[in-house]
Write a protein that binds this ligand. Structure first.
Ligand SMILES: Nc1ncnc2c1ncn2[C@@H]1O[C@H](COP(=O)(O)OP(=O)(O)OP(=O)(O)O)[C@@H](O)[C@H]1O
Ligand SMILES: [Mg+2]
Length: 260
């Protein structure tokens, strides 16, 4: 295993990806530190989602490795592992498109996310234990949805659906959660609330976020990596990164990318 300092939870080394000759990522190297909120920002098509796909092994890189350093356990190479195994080892992922079951209640969605519940059929036959239910309740409490446990997920407001998805990850006690545009489609108050929630969650795990909303980035980022055309443009503290002229030219100068 490659050496890292103890604070590194994820080491992304020399990752390149090509899709039919198109270079989506080129030689990306990033260290993610434990219990930080690490943002990947950059214009549309910069390769942010592709990088998350590599980390969770949805996409195979043409070059490079990703290593995961769990606390108190042996480190492991995520590249080459099966997707479900990576989730079981403690690396969760929320996709850019919401993926809650709208016809199930909030609590049923949470039960589906529990480790050991492999699908809807299994969940119908294996009732959650008391400690599991307590954990579900405590997690819903944390994201402000405890009073919505019996409500159909489809009837939740957009922001609440996003918080449910975060709760569905948290209930699995992950060491890393990855969120692809968690604030997309949210108004300012909901976005701010999501930020405060993530600051709380950071005590329990490391959070990797892809987001276009710069106020949200400023509110909570510990580290920001800027991707541009598949390459790391710069990385650092939010204020330094946003003050960088090249970053402003390629990204901020375009007036925000949310609706692009
Ligand atoms: N499976 C694929 N096959 C071919 N090209 C792909 C595939 N996945 C992504 N790409 C291309 O790779 C580039 C990076 O895409 P990616 O989705 O990672 O960008 P992004 O930074 O997440 O953008 P956005 O901010 O719009 O979500 C894009 O040009 C995209 O069209
Ligand atoms: Mg994306």
């Amino acid at each position: 295993m490659p050496k890292t300092d103890n604070n590194t939870v994820l080491a992304i080394k020399n990752i390149s990806v090509e899709f039919d000759g198109f270079k989506a990522l080129t030689d990306v190297r990033v260290d993610v530190k434990r219990h930080t909120i690490h943002f990947f920002i950059g214009p549309n098509g910069a390769g942010k989602t592709t990088l998350l796909d590599i980390i969770c092994a949805k996409t195979k890189p043409t070059q490079g490795t990703v290593h995961f350093y769990p606390e108190g356990r042996e480190s492991m190479r995520l590249t080459g592992m099966k997707e479900y195994k990576i989730v079981n080892e403690g690396v969760g992922r929320k996709f850019q498109v919401p993926s809650v079951f709208i016809n199930l209640t909030v609590q049923e969605n949470m039960i589906l996310s529990l480790k050991g519940h492999k699908g809807i059929i299994d969940s119908m036959f294996r009732k959650p234990t008391k400690p599991e239910l307590a954990r579900i309740n405590e997690t819903l409490e944390k994201v402000g949805l405890a009073d919505k446990a019996d409500v159909k997920a489809g009837s939740l407001a957009h922001g609440q659906k996003q918080w449910l998805e975060i709760a569905m990850q948290l209930v699995q006690k992950p060491e890393i959660i990855m969120l692809d545009e968690p604030a997309a489609g949210m108004g300012k108050p909901e976005t701010f609330k999501t930020g405060e929630l993530l600051k709380e969650i950071k005590k329990e795990c490391t959070i990797i976020v892809v987001e276009h909303d710069m106020d949200f980035v400023k509110q909570i980022a510990d580290t920001v990596t800027v991707l541009h055309e598949g390459k790391v443009l710069t990385e650092g503290k939010v204020e330094d990164v946003l003050a960088n002229e090249t970053v402003q030219a390629v990204y901020l100068g375009r007036g925000g990318e949310r609706d692009a």
